[in-house]
Design a protein around this ligand. Sequence first.
Ligand SMILES: Cc1cc2nc3c(=O)[nH]c(=O)nc-3n(C[C@H](O)[C@H](O)[C@H](O)COP(=O)(O)OP(=O)(O)OC[C@H]3O[C@@H](n4cnc5c(N)ncnc54)[C@H](O)[C@@H]3O)c2cc1C
Length: 427
Amino acid sequence: MHVIVLGAGIVGVSAAWYLRAAGAEVTVIEAREGPGLETSFANGGHISVASGPWAAPDVPGKMLKWLGREDAPLLLRPFRWDPALWSWGARFLANCTARDYAANAEVIGRLCRYSGAETAALREALGIEDQNSTLGTITLLTTPAEMASAEGKEKRLREAGFEATLLDAAGIATAEPALAEAAPRYAGALFAKDGETADAHLFTRGLAEASEARGVRFRYGARVERLVVTAGAATGVVLEGGETLPADAVVLAAGSWSVQLARTAGLRIPVYPGKGYSSTVPIAGRNGAPRMAVVDEHAKIYVARFGDRLRAAGTLELAGWDKTPSQRRADATLSALKRLFPEGGDYARATQWTGLRPMSPDGRPLIGRTPVRNLWLDTGHGPLGWTMGAGSGKLLAALMTGATAELDPAPYRPGRFGWLVPRESAG
Ligand SMILES: Cc1cc2nc3c(=O)[nH]c(=O)nc-3n(C[C@H](O)[C@H](O)[C@H](O)COP(=O)(O)OP(=O)(O)OC[C@H]3O[C@@H](n4cnc5c(N)ncnc54)[C@H](O)[C@@H]3O)c2cc1C
């Protein structure tokens, strides 16, 4: 079986690795000049095995409060005429009930734990150097509501076997001395060892190199224009410029851009881009950088250290596929990092970045078959694609090759929204 995988982000490269391991012949097509250069490039780096979806009961209220505030952690540009945004948004809001949140968190958590273990196993087996750290995360809490929710989370984490402790201001400074100056500004914090941090780009590149060494072919700088569907089955892709590449099966793992590619096969997939920002600074010998990962729950800023670099990432902006940054939002991320760690790095040499998270309404990725025969999806990983990439690839490879899946695939079924509309496209 010759499989074409579209996209060399963490999700596509992971799928390619596991498909090759299962005996398939694999070609990865990537528009950029190398692997992991889009959304998998400068993300937050957190491999969060106990995370939930963004569609949560407190989110609709917060969205209303933040409406129109340019530097809000979650920004919906309200007067944007974009039917895709409104239909996606309605489904996102429908998933914000306490019951759906709990159900989605459960199945997302399952895939995150499975995938976190796979990522660690690949790193170890292939010797991938991705500057990972397992020292733990301090989540800084501002409001009484955040404190109350952290108490519940601490209990759940302990029950699940993770180390977790609630800290007061003095405890924060003791656990992470780089936070000594900022600690009094917070009501408290939750320290947890429920995951790790690592550079997603370095890992994706390492896995792509290992895949290539085992026979996966990569075509970089090749943009797919459309899928070829013949008699209800995917039979290949057409590149910009007109070249047609035949395949026995096609995997759509092109992140947020999977939407446009799926449409060329007549399918609408419920994914919308969630723009996020990151700022990375060289530590450059400064003595105020944290060793641990730090999250500011209120500002939705995620800080991680990768060797001699410090990065803050976060915030969500629902404004279509345009990657143009809002300078105010980009600067807000950098300022938040500077406020937390004034001596954390050389801020004059900061680099800013934006990426488009491929968001599904319920936070679960879409992994599995579509109504177009031999066309498979592996996308919609939203804010947790780095965490869920490896496990999603392994699950997809099992489904495609008829092997026994180690995880129940049903909760990630792409057709669960019932709106995939097949249509014949010209061959
Ligand atoms: C600010 C920010 C912070 C984040 N922090 C975290 C975090 O801490 N932890 C976590 O788990 N996740 C995090 N994420 C989410 C994570 O980065 C994404 O979910 C993940 O990178 C998605 O991977 P992907 O492979 O699906 O998409 P991508 O990495 O975007 O890869 C898709 C690839 O497809 C290619 N492509 C698109 N169209 C075409 C075409 N027509 N032809 C050929 N190639 C094409 C693109 O060039 C791209 O390389 C964060 C995201 C952002 C934006």
